[in-house]
Design a protein around this ligand. Structure first.
Ligand code: HEC
Ligand code: HEC
Length: 295
């Protein structure tokens, strides 16, 4: 995060020098969605897997589901998750499915403004059109809550949203899911979940000076997590060395309990509590198959 701080400072300076006109031009992305119907049940499951509900609900203060307001404290300020309920004024009730696809897969608002990567949209670029349609169908069922989204509390220069365009150009790693045809369906399902919705790499992959993930060091563990913590490596080799097997992994991801009887600490405890414990056994098996690179 500290490194992201430096980079955004630089980006803001470049933005100031290169002239506000260029940088404040909306980002044009043409997003088309096929007219397919979404399955709200499947969408709700995906939302749980992806952390949408945990991050967009102010559980700390008893807020309504998906009405936003959860504080995300980082080194460069505090972000507040926005209201995603179907309220037309304060939520996303007047959005189209295209607006939703553009926000979730590309990190661009309906007005063409870039979102901060505190919203982990780069991972969500792996969602298929059907996934987006399912999520959208699920969000449609969320009761409207009239609760204005809170402004983020960021100092200069991070509050200059347009500075993010430079970050996007330099570092944004997004794109559709690419299965490996040499691997089993189970392994590929695991790859999709781990690299996409469950965004395990958000904490387990180290970041470069600009806060972008270092793809070549994927899952090698990272320090400087938002809560100040550190994550261990979860490459197949590192996991095997520590005695992890598929059975132990799926058990730990379902219960939070480790093979030695201890429990996951820090933010990993929350990952289990808000996400992996809700996953179907076959999805947990898929995650384990991918992480341990079995079949
Ligand atoms: C780690 C926390 C986190 C997770 C997980 C997360 N979001 Fe967000 N989301 C945010 C934050 C913070 C913003 C505000 C970003 C900004 O202002 O640039 C945001 C913004 C959004 C917006 C734009 C809302 C608006 O009013 O413009 C949408 C839509 C959204 N998120 C949908 C989702 C969906 C769908 C998921 C799950 C697939 C999800 N989010 C998961 C934190 C999160
Ligand atoms: C919010 C940050 C965060 C996310 C997201 C996250 N982890 Fe973790 N993970 C951690 C931390 C921190 C630890 C160390 C926990 C401890 O000290 O008890 C950890 C530990 C682990 C371990 C134990 C490794 C060991 O050395 O014994 C495994 C396995 C693991 N995570 C898997 C995953 C998987 C799979 C995902 C995605 C579904 C994931 N993690 C997502 C932060 C995270």
């Amino acid at each position: 995060m500290r490194r992201l701080f430096l980079f955004l400072t630089l980006a803001a300076v470049v933005a100031a020098v290169s002239g506000a006109a260029v940088i404040s031009t909306p980002v044009e992305i043409d997003v088309k969605m096929p007219s397919i119907s979404g399955d709200p049940g499947r969408g709700a499951y995906l939302a749980r897997m992806s952390g949408c509900i945990a991050c967009h609900t102010n559980g700390e203060e008893g807020g309504a589901p998906l009405a936003g307001g959860l504080a995300l404290r980082t080194d460069f300020g505090t972000f507040y998750s926005p209201n995603l309920t179907s309220d037309k004024k304060t939520g996303i009730g007047d959005w189209s499915v295209e607006d939703f696809a553009k926000a979730v897969r590309h990190g661009i608002s309906p007005e063409g403004k870039p979102y901060y990567p505190a919203f982990p949209y780069p991972f969500y670029s792996r969602f298929s059109d059907q996934d987006i349609a399912d999520l959208w169908a699920a969000f449609q069922t969320v009761p409207a809550v009239d609760e204005p989204s809170r402004e983020h509390d960021l100092g200069l220069p991070f509050n200059i949203r347009d500075g993010l365009k430079i970050w996007r150009t330099a570092f944004l790693d997004e794109g559709p899911f690419e299965p490996n045809p040499e691997k089993s369906d189970r392994w590929n399902r695991g790859k999709f979940i781990v690299e996409g919705p469950a965004h395990c790499g958000a904490c387990h992959t180290p970041r470069n000076f600009a806060g972008a993930r270092q793809v070549e060091l994927a899952f090698h563990g990272a320090d400087g997590l938002p809560d100040g913590g550190k994550s261990p490596p979860i490459t197949a080799e590192a996991l095997r060395k520590k005695g992890w097997t598929a059975k132990r992994l799926t058990y730990a991801l379902r219960t939070g309990v480790l093979p030695d009887g201890d429990a996951f600490g820090g933010s990993m405890g929350e990952v289990v509590r808000d996400g992996t414990r809700f996953l179907q056994q076959e999805d947990l098996d898929a995650i384990a198959a991918y992480l341990l690179n079995e079949d």
